[in-house]
Ligand binder design. Structure first.
Ligand code: MRU
Length: 336
């Protein structure tokens, strides 16, 4: 099986290429996006999703849309830059990687001349993509010791190859352990309402030949109580300075149940997901999504549909990063 590539440049370099996750597991559709509106729509509708992947998509999307709309003129591109960047940053608020990637391009733009602007932004967007691939590989290596032969692991949402430009965060050590011949069994929470676990994690792991069992979110606590899980490993959309973790809605409940039943709860993320400028989880903007996502409801009924929740630092056994397993304070984190 060729490796999954969820987000990349198109082969001719003129577009953002994504594997459209709205259609998985039924169909593998690649889409090439150039316009800012198309990139923003793909991010908002979760055609491309997962914190690192939306950071890479925003970076490449910013470059290709500026190149097209400015017809390659640096002065025109600079006039559009701030507006395009702000629109991208506003497309999904919770994952820090998106704003981090766009602001990295803005910092570069501030120090280059107009005639070099587009070339410099393209080089930086490619660096963000390539660094993401390398960070996934590093997370895989750094997390391998958490997954000895025979490990039974519970995960929530999809923090795999589909959520990054590379092999994933929480699933990177799982993929690596499997490639090294270790037996590993993954329990994948369904992850309501958009079913990233059932549709995406199950598909990604099955494709790689890794045994996976899907369970409804409401069954996770009961599964943990049976002793069938050695380790919980999830991704993160933002890790605050004190170690609180925003991740897909339902993660907090899993962390509480893991603590109750003595199962280690680890969070995997690249260093770029640590946000030193957000002190605690209470300071994170949580995205709320449309009522339609909950399916058929009585007309006019009220809905509360947060896309993410915050797991307090006290419930986290360790943070698996590309620099190893760490605990707060996360020294040396500086995101301009
Ligand atoms: O709404 P989504 O599907 O983008 O949410 C994704 C998650 O919550 C992931 O766990 C997180 O982004 C980490 S992905 C490596």
């Amino acid at each position: 099986m060729p490796p999954l590539v969820a987000v990349d440049w198109s082969p001719d370099g003129r577009a953002l290429r994504i594997l459209d996750q709205r259609h998985l597991p039924g169909a593998e559709l690649l889409r090439d996006l150039v316009s800012l509106a198309a990139v923003i729509d793909a991010i908002r509708t979760l055609a491309v999703r997962g914190a690192p992947a939306i950071g890479v998509a925003a970076a490449i999307g910013l470059v290709v849309s500026l190149e097209q709309d400015s017809e390659g003129h640096g002065v025109r591109a600079r006039a559009m830059l701030t507006d395009y960047a702000n629109q991208l940053i506003a497309s999904r608020p919770t994952a820090v990687n998106l704003a981090w990637a766009v602001r990295r391009l803005l910092s570069r733009a501030a120090v280059v001349d107009d005639d070099r602007l587009l070339t410099a932004l393209r080089a930086d967007a490619e660096a963000i993509r390539a660094e993401d691939v390398a960070m996934c590989d590093a997370i895989g290596r750094m997390g391998l010791h958490l997954i000895p032969d025979g490990t039974r692991l519970l995960t929530h949402c999809n923090a795999g190859a589909l959520a990054t430009a590379g092999s994933g965060t929480a699933l990177a050590p799982v993929h690596l352990a499997h490639r090294e011949g270790r037996r590993v069994h993954v329990f994948a929470d369904e992850t309501r309402p958009l079913r990233q676990g059932a549709r995406l994690t199950a598909w990604e792991l099955q494709r790689a030949g890794i045994p996976v069992t899907v369970l409804p979110d409401g069954a996770a606590a009961s599964l943990l109580r049976t002793g069938a899980v050695d380790l919980v490993l999830v991704g993160a959309d933002r890790i605050t300075a004190n170690g609180d973790v925003a991740n897909k809605i339902g993660t907090y409940a899993v962390a509480l149940a893991a603590r109750e039943h003595g199962v280690p709860f680890y969070v995997a993320a690249p260093w770029s997901t640590i946000d030193p400028d957000t002190p605690t989880g209470a300071d994170i903007e949580i995205e709320h999504r449309h009522a339609d996502e909950l399916g058929d409801l009585p007309a006019g009924v009220r809905v509360w549909n947060p896309a993410f929740d915050v797991t307090p630092r006290a419930l986290v056994s360790g943070y698996l990063t590309d620099r190893g397993v760490v605990l707060p304070p996360f020294s040396g984190v500086t995101h301009g």
